[in-house]
Design a protein around this ligand. Structure first.
Ligand code: GAP
Length: 465
């Protein structure tokens, strides 16, 4: 019997392999040996990512009157990140092995690792790495701005942003002045962030380039703690809605001494990945630290004037900060299933199914004419495709036996397959009343039902939202 670790490792390997085989996620620059810590989303992964970002945006911006959107620049002024503390302190402790030269994050090592160069030493000799003392390694990617920039000119230095949050704080005043907003209100942003992680690992989990989905929710100081709890509940409801199993989600109330010094409350939301329970999102009450720092460093007032109470103060902020790529990885791990079936004749069979919720699934419906050499079937199937295409991502497939085509769609998580057959054409004797109906085959139950083509679009729209 394989132990749990081996089963989980095997499961993760299958997931990574499916992601490549089916076009969800590829290693970046694989052709040239790969760019460590960077990943490219393939055609299906791109659809899942768009779906997730659209859902997050709809829930956190469009369905709320108190949150506005922002799309800030990735290249960030050095002064912004000096004020926020990133230039001085955004670092992880790094150690190197003096023998094999492998590099590790000191705070992630439980034991001294085995040294690659010492593997062939005789039994009984010390085969572990010889580690240097930890030293701080700043995680930001630095660049020079402008063609004539002198590399020693500190004013020419810019950074790829390490979080989306800072452009929200820096544009806070412009948003307030241009939108007549009242506390409490939030500014939301989805976008790329970059961290030169010492040890990227676990597929896309710890990457050097990744996307965040963040809200900075500004409030009166006395509301901060209550709103932090409200945001935690809100975010857990979101994960439930997109299909993550409640049992696999864990909330960690970060104790005093382990939180950032300015935070009065921080929750981590963690998920049971096959490689262990790991962070998906942080919900942090950051007090007035960020706006306070930017006011201090820029010398410009960032206070809020309360018309009713006539008070002037720096708002406090609650920050739900989610990783987009980590959520996608969680969705993929959650969806992956291998179902044991029995073939006709009694032989065992395994069906690989990605059980995505329809709202997240990359393809919502596959349109399958029963036979490709019957022009009437093909023509009718293409009519159905044209009917649905303006409203959702559908896939037309006429190759191979229908059973194989169903299985191909199961593997990429298509919730509904639509078969166009002779009954659709009204050509089956005694079944003329089935003219202009199609068969819908459900991915999870594999059950089939017939509905009229005229009902198909609303039927699907209701289920894919
Ligand atoms: N503005 C707060 C902030 O950035 P964080 O805990 O450093 O907080 C928030 O990051 C989220 O961003 C994490 O919970 C995680 O989901 C995601 N994230 C952070 N570093 C990441 C990395 N190297 N790769 C993928 N996602 C990452």
């Amino acid at each position: 019997m394989a132990n749990k670790d081996q089963t989980d490792t095997a499961r993760m390997e299958k997931i990574v392999s499916l992601c490549k085989r089916k076009g969800f996620i590829f290693q970046s620059a694989e052709l040239y040996g790969g760019l460590n810590g960077c990943w490219d989303y393939g055609p299906l992964g791109t659809e899942v990512k768009r779906n997730l970002k659209d859902l997050w945006w709809r829930k956190n911006v469009q369905e709320r009157d108190d949150i506005l959107g922002l799309d800030g620049s990735i290249l960030t002024h050095h002064a912004v990140l000096t004020a926020s503390g990133h230039v001085g302190g955004f670092s992880d402790p790094m150690v190197d092995c003096k023998v094999c030269k492998k590099r590790y994050r000191a705070d992630q090592l439980d034991d001294v690792p085995a040294c690659e160069k010492k593997a062939t030493l005789p039994k009984g000799e010390d085969k572990t790495c010889e580690l240097t003392e930890p030293r701080e390694f700043n995680l930001m990617f630095q660049t020079q701005m402008g063609a004539s920039a002198d590399e020693n000119d500190p004013n020419a230095v810019a950074y790829l942003r390490p979080e989306t949050a800072q452009s929200i704080f820096v544009q806070y005043k412009n948003v307030v002045d241009s939108n007549r907003v009242k506390l409490p209100f939030g500014i939301a942003q989805i976008g790329k962030s970059f961290r030169n992680e010492i040890n990227p690992r676990n597929f896309t989990f710890r990457s050097r380039e990744f996307e965040q989905m963040e809200v900075e929710y500004f409030c009166r100081p006395e509301d901060g703690l209550r709103l932090t709890d409200e945001w935690l509940a809100n975010r857990l409801a979101f994960y439930d809605e997109i299909g993550l199993d409640k049992e696999k989600l864990h909330v960690l109330d970060i104790p005093d001494g382990e939180r950032a010094h300015y935070s009065k409350k921080t929750y981590d939301i963690e998920y049971d990945f096959p490689f262990g329970q790991q962070e998906l999102e942080g919900v942090a009450y950051r007090g007035d630290y960020d706006l306070g720092k930017h006011q201090e460093h820029s010398g410009k007032p960032l206070e809020y004037f309360d018309e009713q109470t006539k008070e002037r103060f720096i708002p406090h902020v609650v920050e739900p900060s989610a990783g987009c790529d980590r959520t996608i990885l969680a969705l993929i791990c959650e969806a992956f299933d291998e179902e044991d079936l029995t073939k006709e004749g009694g032989k065992p069979d395994v069906r690989t199914v990605m059980r995505f919720k329809p709202a997240v699934a990359p393809i919502k419906a596959a349109i399958l004419p029963l036979l490709k050499n019957k022009p009437e079937l093909v023509e009718k199937a293409k009519e159905v495709r044209n009917l649905l295409q303006p409203f959702m991502n559908v896939f037309y497939d006429e190759t191979a036996a229908i059973g194989r085509r169903y299985r191909r769609q199961d593997e990429v998580g298509t919730p509904f397959c639509i078969a166009i057959d002779f009954e659709t054409l009204g050509l089956e004797e005694g079944k003329e009343d089935l003219k202009d109906t199609i068969t819908i085959r459900h991915r999870d139950s594999m059950e089939q039902e017939r509905i009229a083509i005229s009902d198909l679009l609303p039927w699907l729209l209701e289920r894919i939202r």
